[in-house]
Design a protein around this ligand. Sequence first.
Ligand SMILES: Nc1ncnc2c1ncn2[C@@H]1O[C@H](COP(=O)(O)OP(=O)(O)OP(=O)(O)O)[C@@H](O)[C@H]1O
Ligand SMILES: [Mg+2]
Length: 353
Amino acid sequence: MIRTRGLTKDFVVSRTETVHAVRGIDLDVAPGELVAVLGPNGAGKTTTMRMLTTLIRPTAGSATVAGADITSDPATVRRNIGYVGQGNGAGHVQRAADEIVAQGRIYGLDAGTARRRADDLLDALDLRPLARRKVSDLSGGQRRRLDVALGLVHAPRLLFLDEPSTGLDPQTRANLWDHILRLRAERDMTIVLTTHYLDEADTMAERVVVVDHGRVIADDTADGLKRTLAGDRLVLEVADDGPVSPTTAAPQLAELVSRVPGARDVSVDGRTVSARVADAPAAVPGVVVAASAAGLTVATAQAIRPTLDDVFLALTGRSLRDEGAPPDAVTGDDPLADPTATTTDPQTRKDAA
Ligand SMILES: Nc1ncnc2c1ncn2[C@@H]1O[C@H](COP(=O)(O)OP(=O)(O)OP(=O)(O)O)[C@@H](O)[C@H]1O
Ligand SMILES: [Mg+2]
């Protein structure tokens, strides 16, 4: 469905400044795949999508999208794809339902078909009660759902979604994904999306492409990335009031932990012993039993599975948390539960993250 080779985009900003936004991306997406593209702000995700959707021309490299070349046959590409951009796509003065119908007409649907499709999408995306409202009167989350409807009205085989869920409350976000996944199953759609919500990429995408500084730096399933690049962590605490003093017990426990399959980076900090292991949940019972047999008391044991942020950290030495993603985005925590989540002050955001 998508094949790119050496796809490159330079933006010449001034005589002395050129931004190398995308630096030679090779990407293959098979029909029916759901691929999430992850990366920090400025990594080149939107620029790549804008090239693949024929909105801007590549500086170098080639791509075929839905069977057509993006440079020599952009019209065919456009007919076969849907694109929900990072900004809002809808106009302001039209009513929501009319906007969807108008978009369908632009794609060459006859009036009856456009109206029927609009009707289906109003139901599918919970927009029915808002059908007669002006676009300018909709809330951010409602407009985002309308954007998705606009991207789907011509029943594309391939859908590009650039941060479709950013700024939505957790409930609306979950609903939106329900709708998108259902439509995908019904229509056998291929989907390429970007998101800063790593939990979304983790749970929904069959494949995660990590982009940094305009390049693909990893491309695998979320589980595959975590297994090969991050790995599980085991964190144990010896009891304060056990028969052996913590200063003696912790190093002894560390010795037991170092025998766990795949154990590395074993470290002791006060009462706490931590290590990377192959399979943390499977290791816990054995370590606790062995500790007990050695006269040590384990007070707490945590088996920590890696997140996609750990993967990014392993790949780049940086956390996606530091890159300007919303504070709730990387962890997937409920932003409503965090009173600082909506602040725009960078320091407060950093602290919150
Ligand atoms: N029209 C443009 N002119 C000049 N520079 C641009 C233009 N569009 C994008 N860039 C630059 O290209 C780089 C990649 O931007 P892009 O929008 O693709 O990032 P992104 O991965 O989508 O980031 P985000 O997560 O913030 O949406 C950035 O450095 C950006 O400033
Ligand atoms: Mg972007």
